[in-house]
Design a protein around this ligand. Structure first.
Ligand code: SF4
Length: 325
């Protein structure tokens, strides 16, 4: 991604959390060699819902019962799991993150929402959006689902979670994702949309889905635009500082001294290193070298270079899914 032209929610969120983490992940493209069951399970869960909502969008009367939706979602989930998860996790006891429990979760989800969703119109599934900022950078993203009921627009975002805490609703309200979605919709329609987070519990004892509705007002949208514009300028500044350093670095022709000063993408430390009770994926290598370019030529043990491109990834998965269905 050219960060002088565009930025998406994930990379901006990472930049705000820690600029050094952003550098490792989005500039050096260093990633863990171990696949994440949380990411794969979450993607498969989204795919199972996406398939059903696409059917509803094509033909609102095609699906008559919640159980039909559960069957279709479960089948789609299982296919996704076969191509992405089974190879890595098939031999492990991954309960509750496995296709059997996903079926329980779809059962809860569709029993709760099928009737409600049938009374609305599916407007978009995996709907892309672009917000052009004053900095000249486009803030881009995709919304899981956009539904309409008369003149009201609802953005629906799907999550899976092991806990619903007392601050879950506030977390959604405060999130960059919420403000980005709602500001993007409001830029195109003359109404204040709402966002609904549907959070499916993935626990051994519970597979219920909770729904949280979040509103933001026009003033908050305006402030979001000002803030995200400022942040996009900070990203551009860091990229410029890095490019200037690289020009000097290439001119010397010397290998990087891992203890030397790196004048861009400084670390945030403290909370960002240990967020959500787990270590930052770059914790060890970040502690080891002052200058992250130390890892630019050879990925350290346990990491690989892989540029994350959602469009390429989606094309690869679609091809594999076609092969098995
Ligand atoms: S360990 Fe901390 S400072 Fe280093 S990249 Fe991760 S979050 Fe940033």
């Amino acid at each position: 991604m050219d960060y002088n032209k565009e930025i998406d929610y994930s990379s901006l969120k990472t930049f705000i959390d820690c600029r050094r983490k952003f550098f490792y992940q989005y500039i050096l493209h260093l990633r863990s060699e171990s696949p994440s069951i949380h990411l794969i399970f979450g993607s498969a869960w989204h795919y199972g819902l996406e398939v059903v909502y696409n059917i509803m969008k094509e033909d609102p009367k095609a699906l008559k019962l919640a159980i039909d939706c559960r069957e279709i979602s479960t089948k789609a989930f299982t296919n996704y799991w076969k191509v992405e998860g089974e190879e890595h996790f098939g031999h492990l006891d991954t309960y509750p993150k496995n296709p059997g429990n996903a079926s329980n979760m779809y059962n809860s989800y569709w029993n709760k929402f099928f009737i409600m969703d049938r009374s609305m119109t599916v407007f978009g599934v995996e709907m892309p959006f672009t917000l052009l900022l004053k900095s000249g950078v486009s803030y881009i993203g995709r919304m899981d689902l956009v539904m309409k009921e008369f003149d009201k627009i609802f953005v629906i975002d799907h999550k899976t979670s092991s806990i619903i805490s007392k601050i879950t609703a506030s977390e959604y309200e405060a999130s960059l994702q919420t403000k980005g979605y709602l500001t993007a919709i409001q830029a195109h329609v003359d109404t204040l949309p709402r966002i609904i987070y549907r959070t499916a519990r993935c626990q051994k004892g519970s597979t219920e889905t909770e729904q949280f509705e979040v509103f933001i007002n026009k003033a908050m949208n305006e402030r979001f635009l000002q803030d995200v514009n400022w942040w996009s300028e900070q990203v551009k500044n860091e990229v410029a500082a890095y490019n200037a350093y690289m020009l000097d670095y290439h001119a010397t022709g010397k290998p990087v001294d891992f203890r030397s000063y790196f004048p861009a993408f400084h670390g945030s430390y403290s909370a960002s290193c240990t967020a959500f009770f787990s270590l930052c994926p770059y914790y060890d290598i970040c502690a080891e070298a002052n200058n992250p370019l130390h890892y630019a030529e050879h990925a350290p043990t346990g990491y690989k270079f892989e540029e994350w491109n959602p469009a390429d990834h989606e094309a690869k998965i679609t091809k594999k899914l076609k092969e098995i269905t």
